[in-house]
Design a protein around this ligand. Sequence first.
Ligand SMILES: Nc1ncnc2c1ncn2[C@@H]1O[C@H](COP(=O)(O)OP(=O)(O)O)[C@@H](O)[C@H]1O
Ligand SMILES: [Mg+2]
Length: 363
Amino acid sequence: MHPCPAHTHALHSTVTETPVITTTGLTKVYRSRGREVTALDGVDLHVREGEVYGVIGQSGAGKSSLIRCVNLLERPTSGTVTVAGQDLTALAGRGPRAGRELRKARSRIGMVFQHFNLLSSRTVQDNVELPLEILGVSGKERSRKALELLDLVGLSDKAKVYPAQLSGGQKQRVGIARALAGDPKVLLSDEATSALDPETTRSILQLLRDLNRQLGLTVLLITHEMDVVKTICDSAALMENGRIVESGTVSELLATPGSELASALFPVSGDATGDDRTVIDVTFHGEAATQPVISQLARTYNIDISILGAAMDTVAGKQVGRMRIELPGRYEENVVPIGFLREQGLQIDVQGQEPVLVKEGAK
Ligand SMILES: Nc1ncnc2c1ncn2[C@@H]1O[C@H](COP(=O)(O)OP(=O)(O)O)[C@@H](O)[C@H]1O
Ligand SMILES: [Mg+2]
């Protein structure tokens, strides 16, 4: 059973402008057997309070290194990491006192893993209590807190069972409850749903979203699935070769001509029907109606326009549409009609052309 069904979605996002996770020039070089691998190459990450921030990228891009550096599980080679106003890199490795401070700061960062990392010899409740034991919380208080958290993740009836008796989704719920034990401001999740089937993935994502809304928890999650970003993220970054190559709120990204993330988040397909054709992707947001604009374009310039593909979707809670159309003739012959479309405030990406930034103030 799920304590937070989809209709609680009415709860508003409480993203503020306060930065909660900031990295500047974060670099990580691994040295092993005389070989150097630069996993992070100057990453500037800005995660605001209350947002769900997705980091996406191919295997080897540096995603896990980034998350491990954010909670100092991995020592950055250079650069800084600030979480909830505290410079963790300044605390790391500065004697026992700083070490204690770092441990305390870390207890305010929850971490969820792909393979759950539960202790099989401990009951569900004892797994959730583990971080509280380490923090020196009394037995009675630990038990109260663990049961409260298990209730929050929908597992109040599983407190006394062992991890082996749980499904993958239930194990991940225990992992999430455990991550919340230290009342973190921030939850880090490294491919938390990669080992789960699609339906369980959806319910875990929904849980993360609900916790984000209910507790004002900031979530930094790593994924290689675009669907995850589309379902629950407010903002996203694309990583390639240890660098962030695109980032922003999901709506900003969708409104960025030529954005790789945007077209991956929201693909339209359809191939040109011939060489002497210009293919254009038209993106519109909210209620904007494209169809009348396209008809007007056809009438005004007396051209035949074919629609190659179209898609409508809800991305980050907003309606977005994309249409791929084809105009007869090469790009050079179509600059005027394309200009007309841009004048209507539509976002236009012409295939094979450099992206053009929409004028400031255009809607
Ligand atoms: N402990 C390590 N020692 C050496 N190289 C590593 C280590 N961890 C990761 N790497 C390398 O760093 C690069 C980035 O890895 P990683 O951060 O795991 O990427 P991702 O999570 O995006 O797949 C890869 O080339 C990987 O092989
Ligand atoms: Mg990884």
